[in-house]
Design a protein around this ligand. Structure first.
Ligand SMILES: Cc1cc2nc3c(=O)[nH]c(=O)nc-3n(C[C@H](O)[C@H](O)[C@H](O)COP(=O)(O)OP(=O)(O)OC[C@H]3O[C@@H](n4cnc5c(N)ncnc54)[C@H](O)[C@@H]3O)c2cc1C
Length: 330
């Protein structure tokens, strides 16, 4: 346990049913341990919740103590400030998982890797392309995680959500979710916590799906850097008006730009920024859209590098890059 850690046992008798809920709320927990970037100061308070009742208790605790809260899944798309988070971090680990014919219901805390594995093993087609993406089902739905022209939202039937402002549970149909490129309705309302997700799959062949997932993992290993902390692609792929840049991309890659969108990694590489380093943070030599923690990088190093990349790309090509990674504690 980290220096200064203590444990507050928070007990509450739940309504007349006398359900006894005990939360293990820890203090001063270094968040670097819970993020794939391996960066970040401490959470003032930190709790892992493994079911909805515990989540509600944690939220009540935050409200009673006047604390800000932050919901974390796999910590694979976040940059935590060096000062940490001055509130309660609630790590979701609700992992209920039910397969019923072509439908699957998964708790928000289920690792996306488990969803890919278990559905592939049952010959259910729909998320095999997501093999190798870290994080949870909740995080993937919120950000509409995607790869190889496929997205999580395509397989979503409905999403069960807790609305912290209204204090009620609601079901969102797929169209209510307003999925877009790395976007959903939930991304714009921090008071909405995804509890569980119903997916609808199509019937496929177990062998083919598992083979596809293996191939995708191999492809990812060959094009993505590994062995250092990161949050995956740091910037979203920009929509570009600069026709010369689009032409250059199409000539170099011998492929058409889709809807004037260019891969951020290619734009950063073309700006000559691969290998650019600030403190412990570096633009990967393998993939221009990955900022890596070479060891000991601070959030400030990452932010300085982000600003530098944005400014260079804007000055050279008139393209404004947008960050995909979520900031916490800034
Ligand atoms: C090596 C690597 C490769 C990656 N490859 C890809 C890729 O190919 N495609 C892609 O899209 N992404 C990729 N990512 C990014 C990341 O894995 C995804 O965005 C992932 O879906 C984030 O899920 P998470 O559970 O880790 O979310 P977290 O990082 O924990 O959280 C991200 C945001 O979602 C919110 N959130 C999390 N859970 C919930 C919930 N239940 N309800 C409401 N809000 C919630 C958090 O509050 C935060 O704002 C990659 C990351 C890494 C490190």
């Amino acid at each position: 346990m980290a220096r200064g850690c203590g444990i507050i046992q928070y007990r509450q008798i739940k309504q007349v049913l006398l359900i006894f809920i005990m939360l293990n709320i820890q203090e001063n927990v270094p968040l670097s341990k819970f993020t794939t970037f391996r960066i970040g100061g401490p959470a003032k308070f930190f709790v892992v919740v493994s079911n909805e009742a515990e989540l509600l208790e944690a939220l009540k605790y935050a409200e009673n103590q006047g604390l800000d809260f932050f919901v974390m899944g796999g910590g694979s798309n976040v940059l935590v400030s060096d000062q940490g988070f001055n509130g309660l971090v609630i790590k979701l680990s609700n992992a209920e998982f039910l397969i019923d014919g072509l439908s699957v219901e998964a708790g928000a805390g289920v690792p996306l890797a488990k969803l890919v594995r278990e559905t592939g093993a049952k010959g259910l087609a729909g998320v095999e392309w997501a093999a190798g993406i870290p994080g949870t089902v909740g995080g993937a739905v919120r950000g509409n995680a995607g790869a190889f022209s496929r997205t999580t939202g395509e397989s979503v039937k409905s999403v069960r959500v807790y609305d912290v402002a209204e204090k009620k549970v609601e079901d969102y149909s797929a169209s209510d979710c307003a999925f877009g490129y790395r976007d959903s309705h939930f991304k714009h309302d921090k008071k909405l916590i995804i509890l569980s997700v119903k997916f609808e799959f199509t019937l496929g062949s177990q062998e083919e799906l598992e083979q596809k997932s293996r191939e995708i993992i191999q492809k990812r290993v060959s094009i993505h850097p590994h062995g250092m902390g990161s949050a995956g692609s740091f910037f979203m792929n920009p929509t570009v008006e600069n026709q010369e840049l689009i032409q250059e991309f199409e000539n170099q890659k011998q492929t058409k730009a889709r809807g004037n969108k260019l891969p951020a990694g290619w734009v950063i590489e073309y700006a000559g920024l691969k290998g650019k380093k600030m403190g412990g943070a570096i633009i990967s030599e393998t993939h221009g859209d990955f900022i890596l923690n070479t060891g000991g990088a601070t959030a400030s190093d990452v932010i300085m590098l982000e600003s530098f990349v944005k400014q260079q790309v804007r000055d050279r090509f008139g393209v404004q890059l947008q960050r995909e990674v979520e900031y916490i504690g800034f």
